[in-house]
Design a protein around this ligand. Sequence first.
Ligand code: UD1
Ligand code: CA
Length: 430
Amino acid sequence: MSISVVILAAGQGTRMKSTTPKVLHEISGKSMLFHAIDAAQKISDDITVVLYHQAARIQAEIEKHYEGIHFHMQDAEQYPGTGGAMKGFSVKHTKALILNGDMPLVTMNALKSLIQGDADINMSVIKLDNPSGYGRVVILNGNVQEIVEEKDCIPAQKEIQTVNAGVYCVKKEILDSYIPALNNHNAQAEYYLTDIIKMAVDDGKIVHPVIVDEEEFKGVNSKLDLAHAEEILQRRIKTAWMKAGVSMRLPETIYIDSRATFEGECLLENGVSIQGASHIITSHIKTNSVIEDSHIENSDVGPMGRVRPNSKLIDTHIGNFVEVKKSTLTGVKAGHLAYLGDATIEEGSNIGAGVITCNYDGKNKYQTKIGKNVFVGSDTQLVAPVTIPDDVMIAAGTTVTKDANSGDLVLSRTHQKSIKNFFYKFFRKA
Ligand code: UD1
Ligand code: CA
């Protein structure tokens, strides 16, 4: 891989109206910036993220998830603007792709079209009926002459409908010679990266416009933009999985995280939410169920089932109002309202309605282990840590506080008594 990538992420993102940095807002389970980094990693081993506003927080978040990313702190006081962002460092390879951190919808195909060819600069261009807000791209005989920011346009230039989408592929020698020479003699008194275009053209360099799809290059600047981008990405994710053989009932009501994966024939009913890096294999997820960061294989969940992170369901049936957390269930049936947390349950075991693993004592979490062919009667509480081996029957309503032996019937109940004719006396009925 002989291309460097620079991701510009130093801007403040005021319009987001948030204490969270703009580029850390999530779309389909992943921050905008991580969408950009993931795309960059597919084409480059030299990735620099330019930071300024909330730099420490963004850098820490990146370092939690990625290794080997370079950081450059923009001197935004002295050198504000996209050109200022490029000052003070140099890229490793002979070409650099410059991306914005707030463009989560850009596809690999679009990036590939920008890094092809031998022009000194390839720049992304979109054609808009209403170009307002964007830098206008002056094109002559198929080559770019200059970019004029809206605030610097003369009236005739404002009519230009070819605009700068903000992504460029630039030869290193161009960056190294023109970035230091940028000035801020413009309406915003900023250092414009876009000024390198005219400088290069004046020196006889070739700047090639690459027409790109508006939808992909839309920047996210507000929470409204964020919601629109989410809709677009969800449509893409679901289209791809349906093409790969996943059935979806009323797909517009379904949410699927960008990190989730499917195998075999899966069916997702309406209202299902698949979150995190869940892996679903040949399973049926019924109406309004939520799956988070879990492995579901040859199983069915719901309607209204909830599988919380780090769970593994294999050959298992989970019915309505069953919540599973950090548990491994293999060949288990739990048909109705239960909480199974920090548990392992093995083949042939049946969990009755109302069963609860009491996994938390207010300080620590404890494990519940249930072996094969255990019948757990309805309304049982399993006070963890507790181990039930294979072949045990637990009577309905039992509070299990001690381990059992194979073959046992476990029960803890007070004896039932009846007081004759109490009802009639109490309600004064004959
Ligand atoms: C820029 C382009 C404009 C183009 C538009 C497309 C310039 C001068 N103008 O405009 O021609 O139509 O993008 O969206 O480049 N950033 C920094 N440091 C800064 C300022 C910005 O890193 O000092 C980053 C931002 O975080 C963002 C990107 O650069 O990711 C673009 O900044 P933004 O302010 O949105 O650019 P525009 O002025 O809208
Ligand atoms: Ca700006």
